[in-house]
Design a protein around this ligand. Structure first.
Ligand code: FAD
Length: 279
């Protein structure tokens, strides 16, 4: 099912899960976790690309296994160090496999450096969205940043740039994680004010420990609220689940169309959160 249909189909928020290709290549454990998560009837399973060691060949293998599990994959794809030829080859291949959705991203310099074919045919994600739209019928998701993208000149420019991706053909925005829902609500207001009328799906990161949260924060410049930080410092056990439940409940009460969980390939915390909020 395509993104626009997924988020139109019911009054209940659709859940989706992000996974990454395991660095050691062992996908059997990952698929055990996915089988557990399948009981929450996810609308999408998104698979990161480039970051965390994902490769194209490995990505095909994971996509095939997700399809065999009768789940709907949404592979991420980054254009920062890919040629037009490579991109076309990949998107046509995945479309031929039966994939309907893709998350089109620019990618980060840090990941690009580890590759050896950086020719930068595309500079920004809006160009990738446009290209995918010309070459395939894939339905396209893009990234959004409630706390602003770290390189953005200003909040206004960041929204202008987001609009370029939407005008190029994106059907849904998947946000970077955030821990303060007010920032997400203000972001959605700015997005709508800019004339963008596609779903803005919040990205939820269940926090296992302060060290893990800090690592993510360093990579993204997202803020950890003081209260959450203090709780994690005192006694991290259970804090992430409790926080996730109240964060998701508040988002649901405010009418979000979906919840996109960054699972880090573990089902335990996400399951505990969903068991509480989906009753
Ligand atoms: P863009 O939309 O191109 O924006 C990048 C920056 O450039 C922004 O500051 C924007 O304001 C600015 N900009 C955009 N267009 C223009 C323009 N035309 N002119 C001038 N400035 C412009 N990374 C990975 O490597 N692999 C992944 O699997 C992955 N998954 C992600 C999943 C989600 C949900 C999110 C939110 C991010 C993910 N990322 C991933 C990280 C992402 O690649 C980085 O955040 C990257 O720095 C920006 O990607 P983007 O697609 O948002 O870029």
């Amino acid at each position: 099912m395509e993104l626009s249909e997924i988020y139109q189909q019911s009054n209940k928020p659709q859940v989706s899960f992000e996974i990454f290709p395991p660095k050691n290549g062992d996908i059997s454990k990952l698929f055990d976790e996915l089988r557990i998560l399948k009981r929450y009837n996810p609308a999408l399973i998104s698979i990161t690309y480039g970051a965390n060691g994902g490769t194209r060949d490995f990505s095909y293998e994971i996509l095939r296994m997700i399809i065999d599990l009768e789940l709907t994959p949404m592979p991420h794809f980054t254009c920062i160090c890919a040629t037009k030829e490579l991109i076309e080859h990949y998107i046509v291949q995945i479309e031929n496999m039966g994939v309907e959705n893709i998350l089109a991203l620019r990618g980060d310099e840090a990941n690009a450096k580890s590759e050896n074919f950086c020719s930068l045919d595309f500079k920004y994600a809006n160009e990738l969205v446009d290209f995918i739209n010309q070459k395939t019928t894939l339905s396209i998701g893009v990234g959004g940043y409630p706390e602003g993208h770290p390189e953005a000149e200003s909040t206004e420019k960041d929204i202008e740039n987001l609009k370029r991706k939407v005008d190029a053909g994106a059907s849904a925005i998947f946000t970077q994680m955030f821990f303060e829902n007010d920032k997400y609500y203000r972001y959605v207001e700015r997005v709508q004010k800019a004339g963008i009328n596609i779903p803005v799906i919040p990205g939820i990161m269940p926090v296992r420990s302060l060290a893990q949260a800090q690592k993510m924060v360093e990579m993204t410049s997202v803020k950890i609220p003081d209260e959450l930080r203090k709780c994690l410092e005192k006694n991290p056990k259970g804090v992430g689940v409790e926080f996730g439940i109240s964060q998701c409940q508040d988002l649901i009460n405010n009418g979000v169309k979906g919840l996109h969980f960054f699972t880090l390939n573990h089902s335990d915390m996400v399951s505990k959160i969903l068991d509480e909020i989906i009753k």
